[in-house]
Design a protein around this ligand. Structure first.
Ligand SMILES: Cc1cc2nc3c(=O)[nH]c(=O)nc-3n(C[C@H](O)[C@H](O)[C@H](O)COP(=O)(O)OP(=O)(O)OC[C@H]3O[C@@H](n4cnc5c(N)ncnc54)[C@H](O)[C@@H]3O)c2cc1C
Length: 514
């Protein structure tokens, strides 16, 4: 990756020069935005404060093991295929996606195991094994989820919501689809068995939302997964990030790492570039921020009177939960453990209340266990396994002291794994690393260490979420999990697609701004 470049002056274009776009942050949102801007003819520079691209999709390497830090599941490959086709290329030439079958196995606290797959008949048989009377309801639920996908994802995800009328126009359909219902209550209308209700409603946690409070529109994920599959990127998520970086560089764009943006440069109410820590200024014609929007509004515009994002408004936002993620390598392979496993604890609703409402750290826990070496042994030394285990926990608005709680919590997670699916774990761990809410805050500039931005409640979605076209400054745009349409890799990549509606082609921009 290139670490320095010469920047064109802001509005003077020589022959062959192009308007310059700076993208703050090289998460999936920023990388997707850079590719789209490059395809629109802009000269693009991505500035990333970390030592590597990927943001939450970073990779940690330790003692011969490679650990995907965050996303492990790619659910909507078409979002990436579209980026590649904008560059006249094919995703399959650069990235190998491996479909997972089954998607994951869910282990309930009493030891019952539910296998989740794309095969509709197998799924119905599995539902019937748990509760024969719920098979019909499952079909009806999937029918509903298809409609939610067709409206929520196909019609609304990639359009800008800075105009209140856009929001108002959605109201009749939102009423029709009873978007006021929660994810859980929508599932519960069709499914009676409590274990199946858990297995079919926990998905909103993938995007930071409590299934008991976020809108059932997010049940579209059930349709998305079953229609487009659950995929693993060969080589780990870092391989996809690197392929996006390569795509940007093939367009003539640049990625600057270890480049921490301290503030926006502003002239006449327009964003005209960024200032890095250390004082370097990078002038540009437009600025797109992939940093958390609430953090950006709180930090990058010092001394300005905000139009919408006042301190009061910022402090009223309800943040998603955070996570403790433990990455570890073992000196043996656990062959009977799947690539993706969910381990439910004894409680569901009250456990989620502890996390989202009471902000307390419970003794019991639900876990997601990732064993990529089930599919891709290259991520660990021969005969070894690489794992990560993730536990949803409260973000930092509570009073949990992670400096003292991290190690006892790590031990509890390890014990739970040892007692359930990884016997003998404590003797076989050879390397480990932990990430707590404090790391989300300090490494990723995530307010209160929230892992997924603002919680995707009804009144924090679409128009209510930070807009992709900023109302605070001209030529300033936002992408990523904290903006519309929200968190999760398909959504953040789609947030960059929204820019197509609000940023003109570079030629038009240049013609309008001579
Ligand atoms: C543990 C975990 C597991 C997940 N699993 C999945 C999954 O399996 N599938 C899925 O679809 N989603 C998953 N998600 C959600 C998904 O990873 C995120 O929603 C998505 O990656 C967020 O991308 P982003 O571009 O919005 O933000 P980020 O990835 O956070 O990128 C923002 C970037 O901006 C940079 N930045 C911030 N401030 C500055 C600054 N001042 N100057 C320069 N750069 C700056 C940051 O360093 C960062 O690189 C998971 C999330 C986590 C945390």
């Amino acid at each position: 990756m290139t670490t320095h470049m010469r920047f064109p002056p802001v509005t003077e274009y020589g022959p062959g020069e192009r308007p310059h776009a700076v993208v703050i942050g090289a998460g999936f949102g920023g990388l997707a935005a850079a590719i789209r801007l490059g395809a629109k003819g802009y000269q693009v520079t991505v500035v990333e404060r970390l030592e590597q691209a990927g943001g939450r999709g970073s990779v940690f390497r330790q003692d011969g093991f490679a650990f995907d830090a965050g996303p492990t599941i790619i659910t909507a490959p078409f979002c990436f295929e579209e980026l590649w086709s904008l560059c006249g290329r094919s995703l399959a030439d650069d990235v190998k996606l491996i479909p997972m079958e089954p998607f994951y196995r869910i282990r309930f606290d009493n030891g019952d195991v539910f296998s989740c797959s794309s095969d509709h008949d197998a799924m119905k048989a599995e539902i019937g094994r748990f509760s024969p009377s719920d098979v019909k309801g499952y079909d009806a639920l999937l029918e509903d989820c298809k409609k939610l996908y067709e409206y929520g994802f196909c019609e609304l995800a990639d359009i800008p919501f800075h105009n209140l009328f856009t929001m108002l126009r959605t109201l009749p359909k939102m009423a029709l689809y009873r978007a006021d219902r929660s994810v859980y209550s929508h599932v519960a209308r069709h499914i009676k068995d409590e274990r199946l209700r858990m297995a079919l409603s926990f998905y909103s946690l993938f995007i930071g939302g409590n299934p008991f409070s976020v809108t059932c529109m997010y049940n579209l994920i059930l349709h998305l997964e079953r229609t487009f599959g659950v995929h693993y990127v060969k080589g780990g998520i870092g391989a996809l990030v690197q392929a996006m970086v390569n795509l940007i560089e093939s367009q003539g764009g640049m990625i600057r790492l270890n480049a921490d943006v301290e503030q926006l440069l502003v002239e006449d109410d327009k964003a005209v570039g960024v200032q890095l820590a250390g004082g370097e200024e990078i002038r540009s014609n437009i600025v797109v921020s992939n940093a958390d929007a609430l953090w950006a509004y709180d930090t990058l515009l010092p001394g300005r009177k905000p139009r919408r994002w006042t301190k009061r408004k910022l402090s009223n936002v309800m943040h998603s939960m955070s996570l403790v993620v433990l990455y570890f390598g073992t000196n043996k392979r656990y062959e009977d453990v799947d690539h993706h496993s969910i381990l439910f604890g004894p409680r569901y609703k009250t456990h989620l209340e502890d996390i989202f409402k009471h902000k307390r750290l419970a003794d019991d826990m639900s876990l997601y266990l990732h064993r990529p070496t089930a599919t891709d042994p290259s991520l660990a030394p021969d005969g070894c396994d690489a794992f990560y285990v993730l536990s949803p926990v409260p973000q930092l608005t509570g009073d949990i002291d992670w400096e003292t709680e991290a190690d006892p919590y790590r031990q509890k997670i390890q014990q739970r794994l040892e007692d359930t699916v990884l016997p003998g774990l404590s003797e076989s761990i050879v390397t480990s690393k932990i990430m707590t809410p404090l790391d989300f805050k300090s490494r990723l500039n995530a307010p209160f260490g929230a892992a997924f931005g603002p919680e995707p409640r009804m009144l924090q979605s679409a128009w209510f979420r930070p807009h992709n076209l900023s109302e605070e400054l001209e030529n300033f745009y936002l992408v990523g999990a904290s903006t519309h349409p929200g968190a999760g890799v398909p959504s953040v990549v789609t947030s960059a697609k929204v820019l197509d509606h609000v940023i003109p082609h570079a030629d038009s921009w240049a013609a309008q701004n001579v």
